[in-house]
Design a protein around this ligand. Sequence first.
Ligand SMILES: C[S@@+](CC[C@H](N)C(=O)[O-])C[C@H]1O[C@@H](n2cnc3c(N)ncnc32)[C@H](O)[C@@H]1O
Length: 247
Amino acid sequence: MRVEHIGDATLYLGDCLEVLGTLKSVDAVVADPPFSFAGGSSNGMTSSADSQFFKHWLESVFRRLDAASKETAPWFLWCDWRTAAVFDSALSGAGERYSRRWVTQVLAHDREMVGMGSPFRNQLDWVAVIRGRKTDFGGRIPKTQPNVWREYWYYGKHEHHNAEKSVSFASRLVEWASNVGAVVLDFCMGSGTTGVACACLGRKFIGIEIEPRDFDIACRRIEDAQRQGKLFEPKPAPEQVAIEGLA
Ligand SMILES: C[S@@+](CC[C@H](N)C(=O)[O-])C[C@H]1O[C@@H](n2cnc3c(N)ncnc32)[C@H](O)[C@@H]1O
């Protein structure tokens, strides 16, 4: 297995199911697993694998992820509405060890630009918030923070990866999930967007990617982000207002 150490980042080229078994003491997970095969269709193609297969795979991943995570570690996982339900079922359907984790909320990134889909074009990226029994967000998430994040992201440009996410939104997730100096894991890192956010925000990063081409892109992006540091620094979070006192 190829392992690259780039500053505070450790990047594995391999299958997350194998690599996760070697990890421990992760402080937070901000990850973007593949999800178009959770039944249904994506980009006009109907997936052949169904939710049952996906759930089976997720149960194995979650079992290892839980063993690799501190009990306090939150998991923020990109998903779609269907996948969020499969996450929940994979968490609750499995053994005693990780039934202590559950989906507590779903966040929506309103990209302020329509994407694929018909009828109804898709404008939202979803993120499942999965907390463990001892997860404490330690005041990192403002009490008035709504579960919708509005920030323009032109999803269609595919500069580094065909499922590339916004560094800016990934940065919000990293800040909500962890403190400076924490170890953040993305077990399906693609082109390394979470790793770029970590490089800008002073977090240590562990990334896993199975595709050599994407792995190489992630290595390069994370190295560039570490080298250029402040140039990549994400904008401070704009205020997204909710009314205090509304439960
Ligand atoms: C949704 S994409 C991540 C995109 C990423 N957030 C970005 O901005 O570039 C999911 C990635 O998971 C990788 N992947 C799929 N199965 C994997 C596995 N078993 N182990 C590690 N990586 C895997 C895919 O190759 C793909 O690059």
